[in-house]
Design a protein around this ligand. Structure first.
Ligand code: C2E
Ligand code: CA
Ligand code: CA
Length: 442
C-alpha cells in the first residue's frame, strides 16, 4: 500500500522527493505518501510518529556539522530498522523525522513502536569523531482522530512532539485535541504578558545565598513574579516559558537587569559587605549584541561595582548561542561580573561545556539536592560536581537546600555555599534588607 521509493511512487523527477543527506523521503515526498494513505480508504486507520532529536542544535555547535550529518544518517537508518516493514520514513525538518505506520492505529501498538524507536536511537553512536548519545522525543497521532488532511495530521503530531519536548524530552506523547486549544490559551497568555509589562505588574523577589559554615548571607538571586490583577502573585511556572518565547522577553530582561542592579546599589550603599545579586537571563537577551553594552551601561549609570552582579545562565541556553555571545559573556567576566552555570548537571554535555565556556561558579541543580541524603546516585553526582569545582578552582553553590541533613551532607563534602528554603524563600527586598541589617548588627 505504501511504496518504498518516493521517486517511483510519485512519478516525480528522480530524487526530487528524497532527502539527499539521508536518502529517505523529504518533507514533500513524505506528505505525498501521507495524503495517498489518507485517501486510500473512506476511513483510513493508521498512525504517524514525528521524531525530534533533542538539542540537536547544541550537538551541531559542539561537534560540528559533519558529525551532525553523520548522526542524521544513522538516525534515518535506525528508524528504518526499528519500524515495521511497511512503514514510510521521511525527514520532515532539519532534526525531525516522520514515520507513517500505514496499518497500525491502536495506541498501545503505536506506543510500542515508539518505545522501540526511542530505545534503538538511544544506544550510542560510534563515529570517527567519537561516541555520541542521541536522545529523541516523539509526537504521535492516530488517524482519523488527528485530521483528514496530511498537513493537519502533521501539525497535530508537531503539537504532540512539542509537548513531549516540553515534558523533558526522551519520551512519547500522543496528540489530544486539547493541545490545539492550549496553543490559543498560550497566545492569549502572551497577550496578557504584553499588557502586564506595560502596566508594570512584574516584580522581583530576592532569595538569600548563604555561607553554610556560618549561615551569613553573601548573595541573593533575583526571581521574578507577576502581580496579576485578579489571580494574585504568580510564580514563574505560570508564565515564564510563554514570556521567554515572546517578543518582549529581551525588554523584560533588561528591566530585570536594571531593577536588580538598582537594588544591589542600594545594598552596597547600606552595608559594608553587600550581597552579590544574581539575575537569570532569557535566551533572547543573549542573541542580541547589545547585552554587553547594556550591562556595562547599567553598571556605570548606577556606579555599581561589577563584582556586585552575577549572571546565571543554563548550559542549554549558552549552547544555543554562537561564539559572539560567548565572547560578550567572557568580556563581562573580565570586567568582574560573576558568571554562573545554572542547573548544572541537567544539560546536554556539562563537562565539555565547561571547556568551551569558562564560568566562575557552578550551581548544582536542585533535582540532585532533593534526595541527596537518601539516593546514592544523587549523592555521587553532587560529590562529583563539588570535585569538578574544586579541581577547576571555581565556586560551587547548591540550590534547593531544605533540610539540615542536606546542609550537613554538603558541608561534609566540601560545598560551602547554598540557597534554599532552609535559609529563606524568595522574599521582597525590604525583608532581605532586614536580614542583612540583623547580621551586620546595624
Ligand atoms: P531557577 O533559576 O532554577 O530558580 C530557582 C527556583 O528554585 C526558584 O523558583 C526558587 O524559588 C526555587 N527554590 C529555591 N530554593 C528552593 C528550595 O529549597 N526548595 C524548592 N522546592 N524550591 C526552591 P521560582 O522563583 O519559581 O523560579 C523558577 C524558575 O523561573 C527559575 O529557576 C528560572 O528558570 C525562572 N525565572 C525566575 N525568575 C526569572 C527571571 O527573572 N528571569 C529569567 N530569565 N528566568 C526567571
Ligand atoms: Ca537561577
Ligand atoms: Ca537553578
Amino acid at each position: 500500500m505504501v511504496a518504498k521509493s518516493g521517486a517511483k511512487a510519485t512519478g516525480a523527477s528522480p530524487g526530487s522527493d528524497l532527502d539527499p543527506l539521508t536518502g529517505v523521503d523529504n518533507r514533500q515526498g513524505f506528505l505525498k505518501r501521507l495524503e495517498a494513505r489518507l485517501q486510500s480508504e473512506a476511513v483510513p486507520r493508521c498512525a504517524l510518529l514525528l521524531i525530534g532529536i533533542d538539542d540537536f542544535r547544541a550537538f551541531n555547535d559542539m561537534h560540528g556539522h559533519a558529525e551532525g550529518d553523520l548522526i542524521l544518517q544513522r538516525v534515518a537508518r535506525r528508524l528504518r530498522d526499528a519500524s515495521p516493514r511497511d512503514a514510510a520514513i521521511g525527514r520532515i525538518g532539519s532534526d525531525e523525522f516522520g514515520v507513517l505506520l500505514p496499518s497500525i492505529a491502536d495506541p498501545t501498538l503505536v506506543r510500542h513502536v515508539g518505545a522501540a524507536i526511542l530505545s534503538m536511537l538511544s544506544s550510542p553512536h560510534e563515529n570517527a569523531g567519537g561516541r555520541h548519545h542521541v536522545l529523541a522525543s516523539i509526537g504521535a497521532c492516530v488517524i482519523p482522530a488527528a485530521g483528514e488532511q496530511g498537513s493537519d495530521v502533521l501539525a497535530a503530531a508537531s503539537l504532540a512532539l512539542a509537548r513531549a519536548k516540553h515534558d523533558g524530552g526522551r519520551t512519547i506523547r500522543f496528540f489530544k485535541p486539547q493541545m490545539r486549544s492550549d496553543v490559543t490559551t498560550r497566545l492569549s497568555l502572551v497577550q496578557a504578558l504584553h499588557e502586564a509589562y506595560a502596566q508594570r505588574q512584574f516584580e522581583l523577589l530576592y532569595q538569600p545565598q548563604v555561607d553554610l559554615r556560618d549561615g551569613r548571607v553573601h548573595g541573593a538571586e533575583a526571581l521574578m513574579r507577576w502581580r496579576h490583577p485578579t489571580r494574585g502573585l504568580l510564580a514563574p511556572a505560570a508564565f515564564i516559558d510563554a514570556l521567554a518565547g515572546s517578543s518582549i522577553a529581551s525588554d523584560v530582561g533588561m528591566w530585570l537587569l536594571q531593577t536588580a542592579c538598582a537594588q544591589a546599589r542600594a545594598w552596597s550603599l547600606a552595608f559594608p559587605q553587600p550581597p552579590r545579586v544574581a539575575i537569570n537571563l532569557f535566551a533572547a537577551q543573549l542573541s542580541e549584541s547589545r547585552l554587553l553594552t547594556e550591562v556595562r551601561h547599567v553598571l556605570r549609570a548606577l556606579e555599581l561595582a561589577p563584582d556586585c552582579l552575577e549572571i546565571e545562565i543554563t548550559e542549554t541556553i549558552a549552547l544555543q548561542q554562537g561564539d559572539e555571545v560567548a565572547d560578550q559573556l567572557q568580556a563581562l567576566r573580565r570586567d568582574g561580573v560573576t558568571l554562573t552555570c545554572d542547573d548544572f548537571g541537567t544539560g546536554y554535555a556539562s563537562l565539555s561545556f565547561l571547556k568551551s565556556f569558562p564560568v566562575d561558579r557552578l550551581k548544582i541543580d536542585q533535582s540532585f539536592i532533593r534526595n541527596v541524603t537518601e539516593d546514592p546516585v544523587d549523592a555521587a553526582i553532587v560529590r562529583s560536581v563539588i570535585n569538578v569545582g574544586a579541581s577547576l578552582h571555581i565556586g560551587v553553590v547548591a540550590e534547593g537546600v531544605e533540610t539540615p541533613e542536606q546542609r550537613d551532607f554538603l558541608l561534609a563534602n566540601g560545598c560551602h555555599e547554598a540557597q534554599g528554603y532552609l535559609y529563606g524563600r524568595p522574599m521582597p527586598a525590604e525583608r532581605l534588607t532586614e536580614m542583612l541589617r540583623q547580621q551586620s548588627g546595624r
